[in-house]
Structures are given as structure tokens and as C-alpha cells.
Design a binder for this molecule. Structure first.
Ligand code: PMT
Length: 395
């Protein structure tokens, strides 16, 4: 699994830096090409020479001293990496990565790379639990970084608590899992819908909903990062992620045409969009003036895009529910003939529309129910794609 993989191992300046020697050693023994990048503070805890001897490769410690076969170090490393693993990661590097600051070789490499980035925080408990560090970690998670939670136990500072670098085996297992994930959708074609459709009333107003597009965008990014070719059909005004074909639509009927076109050769359709079930029957070409005593809008049914989508691709729907979550979701799974439905309780704090996190339950057509805890939308996206990947390999 690790043979011939290029792993950029970032080491930052904490006491746990000495444990990175063991990580580098085990990765090298497993056949990986380990390119060590050390921050200046890391070199105060262990010497580059140690890592060089372990990996048999030059160790990079500065932007300004090209070493080995690479010419522009951070770009060459960024492009060569199958994964970047930062262990240990201090509160400082976590904050710099969250803010996009790139003032040393490690942060520049991360910023320039499209490879998955795994971060293993290790620091004193109070620093780890500080809301700033937690916010920074949440930002990284939302962007798709993989965070390996620190272990609890005796700390170098003397106390007990959370903040220890987990055992080498745990970090290597996380690297292996990420590497498997980062290519499991290679060659697959995935269509994702996002955002809330807008059904015009007149040139000014529309019937709409609260969807921001975050859930669908997270799915598109995650599918892209796992090697899929992605078409994102979005009714959200936000620009789509890079590396993804973005089709912008406004109404349900436009979304239906775009879905029909994009799914011709698709392996999976995942509909996170909140599609209006009704649209105004007549759209006024001019702005409707105030009327007394009021205004009555006649609405007609929109097509059900998912139910009407034709093809042999995997179909995943969402069910945004405010009551009878599982019962309603199961009905939609059956009625729309889906492979998986993502039951989404929109009444819970931190879940549903326009927030960074979501709590969902996955139900498949065999009746298996997987309840997931509150997690970032990116993590939810990866859980959904794990299931889509499994279904695709079974075909
Ligand atoms: O965009 P965010 O702010 O991140 O919010 C995320 C979300 C809450 C919108 C998302 O997680 C979610 O739950 N999306 C589905 C919302 C919805 O419209 O659910 P529904 O129960 O009305 O529809 C069921 C399924 O059928 C959905 O997959 C929907 O895309 C699809 N549908 C619905 C109506 C319709 N006319 N055609 C459809 O294809």
C-alpha cells in the first residue's frame, strides 16, 4: 500500500518531534519515499541528519537552500506528494495553515499542493483546547484536511491531558486510509447538485429556500479529491470549487435539464440541492406593483428531478426533514428509487441549512441505517462517498 508512495512528512517544533523519527522509519521500511520537511523550530528538537539517515533522502529545512534533486523545493515537493503528513503539528502551524500564511518551506509546500494533508496535532492540553486552536482545526477540517486526534496521557510539560502525539501505528493507519481514499473514485464520473433553486415571480422576486450550497460543494470537493471527474450543478450564487466542472442554474427545470445532460455517462448522481417543489404558474415580465388587499400566487408542481432521472448510475438523495425524519426519508428512498438517502434533521442546531456542520443518517435500499454524529459537511461528504465507492466497486 505504501510502496513507491511519496510521503512528505512535515515536522514542526514540539517535543513530540522525536517521535517523527519512528514514523519516518516505519514509512521508509514499508517502501514509501519519505521526503522530510522540517520547520526551523523542529530542528531545535531533532537534527535533520537523523531524518536523513533514516529516510536516505535529503531533508528540507529552508526555502533558500535547495537540496537533492528538487529545484524549486516547495513546488517540486508539493507536486510530487501523494500525501503530506504533518506530525507533530504545533498550534502555530495549524494557525498558519488555517490562515493561509506561507512563510516557511512547510506552509508553502502545503499551500502549493493538491495532495491530501493529514495533520496530527500535539501540544499542551490548554493550547489544544483553546477555542482559537479548535476553530483553526475546524477550518482545516472543513477544507478537507484530515485531523488525527491527539491522545490523552502524561504530557512533557508535566501534567496529564489530551495533546499527546498518537502512536506511530495510528498515524500510519490514517495515512494509509487517506491514500486509499484519495484515489478510490479514480476514473469515476460523479454529478452533484447544490444550492436552492429560485423560481421567479417577476424580474425582482422569486420563490426560494435557505440552502447555501455548502453541503453540495463539500461533496463536489471531496469527490474531486478522491479522483473523480465531477460536474457540480449549482443553484447557489457562490463560485464553484476549482477542478470541478460547474454548471450554474436558477430554476428546478433548468436543473433538471442540466442533470439529464450531465448524467449521460455518470456513475453516480448525488442531489444535495434543495429543489423547489412548486413554481409560480405565471411569471410577470414586469415588476408586480403593490396591490390591495393582497397578492395571490398560483403555484404549479415542478418536476421531481431525482425520481425522473433515467440511467443506471447510483442515485443518492437527501431528505431535509423537520419531523418524522427516518420515516419520511425511507418513503423518499422508495418513491424516488434511490440507492441511498441521506436523512437530514434540519431542526437541530448546527445541522442543515447554511452551517458548516451537519448531522445525518444514511439509509440504503437494503434497509441498513447508519447514524452519524454531528460532523463537518466535508466529513459527511466523505462518509457518503465511502458508501458510493463501495456500491460502485460491487457493480
Ligand atoms: O446547502 P446547505 O446550506 O449546505 O444545506 C444543505 C441541505 C440542508 C440543503 C442538504 O443537506 C439537504 O438536505 N438537501 C436536500 C433538501 C431537499 O430539498 O430535500 P427534499 O426532502 O425536499 O428532497 C428530497 C430529494 O429529492 C433531495 O435530494 C432533492 O434534491 C430531490 N428533489 C426534491 C424536489 C424535486 N422537485 N426534485 C428533486 O430532485
Amino acid at each position: 500500500m505504501l510502496t513507491n508512495k511519496t510521503i512528505v512528512l512535515g515536522i514542526t517544533g514540539g517535543i513530540a518531534a522525536y517521535k517523527a523519527v519512528d514514523i519516518a522509519s516505519k514509512l521508509t521500511q514499508a517502501g514509501a519515499k519519505v521526503e522530510v520537511v522540517m520547520t526551523e523550530s523542529a530542528t531545535r528538537f531533532i537534527t535533520p541528519l537523523t531524518l536523513r539517515a533514516i529516510t536516505g533522502r535529503p531533508v528540507v529545512t529552508s526555502m533558500w537552500e535547495p537540496a537533492g534533486e528538487f529545484r524549486v523545493e516547495h513546488i517540486a515537493l508539493a507536486e510530487a506528494a501523494d500525501i503530506i503528513a504533518i506530525a507533530p503539528a504545533t498550534a502555530n502551524i495549524i494557525a498558519r495553515l488555517a490562515a493561509g500564511i506561507s512563510d516557511d518551506i512547510l506552509s508553502c509546500t502545503v499551500l502549493a499542493s493538491k495532495a491530501p494533508v493529514l495533520v496530527a496535532p500535539a501540544m499542551h492540553t490548554a493550547m489544544f483546547l483553546n477555542p482559537v486552536t479548535q476553530e483553526n482545526l475546524a477550518r482545516l477540517k472543513a477544507r478537507g484536511f484530515i485531523i488525527v486526534d491527539p491522545a490523552s496521557g502524561k504530557l512533557a510539560s508535566g501534567g496529564q491531558g489530551v495533546g499527546r502525539l498518537p502512536d506511530t501505528e495510528i498515524i500510519i493507519a490514517a495515512i494509509e486510509k487517506t491514500l486509499t481514499r484519495s484515489s478510490d473514485l479514480d476514473g469515476r464520473h460523479i454529478v452533484v447538485t447544490a444550492g436552492g433553486t429560485r423560481e421567479p415571480i417577476d424580474p425582482v422576486r422569486y420563490v426560494g429556500n435557505r440552502s447555501s450550497g455548502k453541503m453540495g460543494y463539500a461533496l463536489a470537493e471531496a469527490a474531486r479529491d478522491r479522483g473523480a471527474t465531477v460536474v457540480l450543478i449549482t443553484a447557489s450564487p457562490h463560485p464553484g470549487p476549482s477542478g470541478v466542472e460547474v454548471v450554474t442554474v436558477e430554476t428546478a427545470t433548468q436543473m433538471q435539464s442540466a442533470v439529464a445532460k450531465a448524467t449521460v455517462s455518470a456513475d453516480a448522481l448525488i442531489m444535495a440541492a434543495a429543489v423547489a417543489d412548486y413554481r409560480p404558474k405565471n411569471v410577470s415580465p414586469t415588476k408586480i406593483k403593490k396591490q390591495a388587499p393582497g397578492l395571490t400566487l398560483e403555484l404549479v408542481r415542478n418536476p421531481d428531478i431525482l425520481a425522473e432521472a433515467m440511467g443506471s448510475f447510483i442515485k443518492v438523495g437527501f431528505a431535509a426533514e423537520s419531523e418524522n425524519l427516518l420515516e419520511n426519508a425511507r418513503q423518499k428512498l422508495e418513491m424516488k428509487q434511490l440507492d441511498i438517502i441521506v436523512a437530514n434533521d434540519i431542526t437541530e442546531t448546527g445541522s442543515g441549512f447554511a452551517v458548516e456542520t451537519n448531522r445525518v443518517t444514511l439509509i440504503d435500499k437494503q434497509g441498513n441505517v447508519t447514524e452519524l454524529p454531528l460532523m463537518t459537511k466535508r466529513e459527511v461528504a466523505d462518509k457518503i462517498l465511502d458508501r458510493v465507492g463501495e456500491l460502485l466497486t460491487k457493480r
